[in-house]
Design a protein around this ligand. Structure first.
Ligand code: SAH
Length: 400
């Protein structure tokens, strides 16, 4: 079996070059051919030398997942269903906006966390995606969208300027493969994305939040969704293992450690509506250290009618996150069949947002995109051959 070069992060590629008797700088050339020019034919990699080209053609391929289906929503959002073999499919979504384009990518086939309001969680779980399958989504979307040389010009000029790991799966439950993929996204010879434009979203795997901080501190979004352990245990069951107190401490450590070497961007997760405010003066002061404003963790909060959207929940959130440099991104619940939940009404959402903002927090509202193609948050179902019997158990419970 030939090896798939999409699986190799910059260090891995340098090691591979060394192991076949090539100089490590060949890895940089290869990264550019593969990820910036998206060339999959070694014969065309003209600066590599004929012998090396022939050798690579013999031992390696550049192979992204295959496209099974593609749909475009009325708002221009595009979704691809990609085959990852043995009956499994994952989804990748591209969300175009005026000044940026966000690619939402998957990290697992299905998800094992069973958050009660998430469609992916209902599908069960099959396996972790490989690094090649994770980065292959970016490779493929860049190619299909005709994105120019990835690091030519500023990221605002690129079609894909931001990547969010908010598709199917829990990225921090597939840590090593996700981090290798992140290294490729950030590398200047590959996609050259800034750390602030790559977001990992997690339901709160606390030890791996710390590992990410140490190994690859990109922007962090945490799916909070509830202000108390009692409620969060139900909505996000991983909370039973990593309760809020531990999660808040990990978020604080993360925000403390995030690099401050690049200009702050306003781009956390996906599209955010116009309500972003600058940091209120007293908080800007509180969060300034060494003269530099500190970075934020983004708390995602799905608005579920009558469940977590009352004024008292907002007040509890203010208290809970008091010591964490954070901003809130409120997500109107996106329905799917038999979810058992309803989206909070617009008035309720606005009142909730205002309570947070009155306490000095930044709270944005995520615009729903791609809903008519089931491409919005929490609607990605893909095609999952469930190996965990989660789906069967749930269905048995529901019909009992
Ligand atoms: N496992 C990661 C990525 C999940 S998807 C995580 O939990 O963060 C990204 C976001 O969509 C998460 O905040 C998730 O909780 C949210 N989400 C899931 N189902 C949703 C739904 N039906 N409507 C709105 N948001 C949803």
């Amino acid at each position: 079996m030939p090896i798939n070069l999409l699986a190799y992060d910059p260090r891995g590629l340098a090691d591979l070059c060394t192991s076949i008797g090539e100089k490590p700088f060949r890895a940089r050339q290869l990264l550019r051919w593969i990820h910036q020019l998206r060339e999959s034919d070694f014969a065309r990699m003209t600066d590599l030398g004929t012998a090396l080209r022939a050798r690579l053609a013999h031992m390696a391929v550049i192979q992204p997942p295959a496209v099974m289906a593609e749909s475009t929503a009325s708002d221009g959002t595009r979704k691809w269903l990609l085959s990852v073999g043995t009956g499994n499919g994952i989804e990748t979504v591209f969300i175009p906006e005026v000044s940026r384009g966000t690619l939402c990518i998957s990290s697992q086939v299905g998800c094992a966390l069973e958050c009660s309001f998430c469609s992916t969680g209902r599908q069960g779980f099959n396996r972790n995606l490989t690094t090649a399958e994770i980065v292959g989504q970016l490779w493929l979307a860049s190619k299909l969208l005709g994105d120019g040389r990835a690091n030519a010009g500023s990221s605002r000029e690129r079609i894909i300027s931001n990547v969010v790991m908010m598709g199917m799966g829990e990225p921090l439950a597939n840590f090593d493969n996700v981090v290798s993929a992140l290294y490729i996204m950030l590398d200047d010879h590959a996609y050259g994305l800034s750390r602030r434009r790559v977001t990992v979203s997690t339901a709160g795997i606390v030890p791996n939040i710390d590992r990410l901080r140490a190994e690859c501190p990109v922007a962090l979004a945490v799916s909070l969704h509830a202000p108390s352990d009692e409620l969060r245990d139900v909505l996000v069951p991983i909370n039973r293992k990593y309760p809020l107190r531990d999660l808040m401490e990990a978020c604080r450590r993360y925000a403390d450690a995030m690099p401050r070497d690049e200009p702050a961007a306003d781009d956390g997760a996906e599209e955010e509506a116009a309500t972003t405010r600058s940091i209120p003066a007293p908080l800007a002061h509180k969060w300034k250290r060494d003269g530099a404003p500190r970075d934020f963790v983004t708390f995602e909060y799905v608005m579920l009618d009558g469940i977590n959207d009352r004024a008292e929940h907002a007040r509890q959130l203010v208290a809970l996150t008091r010591d964490v440099p954070c901003k809130f991104n409120l997500i109107p619940f996106n329905p799917f069949p038999n979810s058992g939940y309803r989206r909070s009404g617009p008035k309720q959402i606005r009142a909730f947002q205002e309570t947070l903002m009155a306490a000095g927090l930044i709270a944005t509202l995520r615009k729903t995109r791609g809903e008519d193609i089931d491409g919005a948050c929490g609607q990605l179902a893909g095609q999952v051959v469930d190996r965990t019997r989660r789906r069967l158990r749930r269905e048995a419970r529901e019909s009992a």
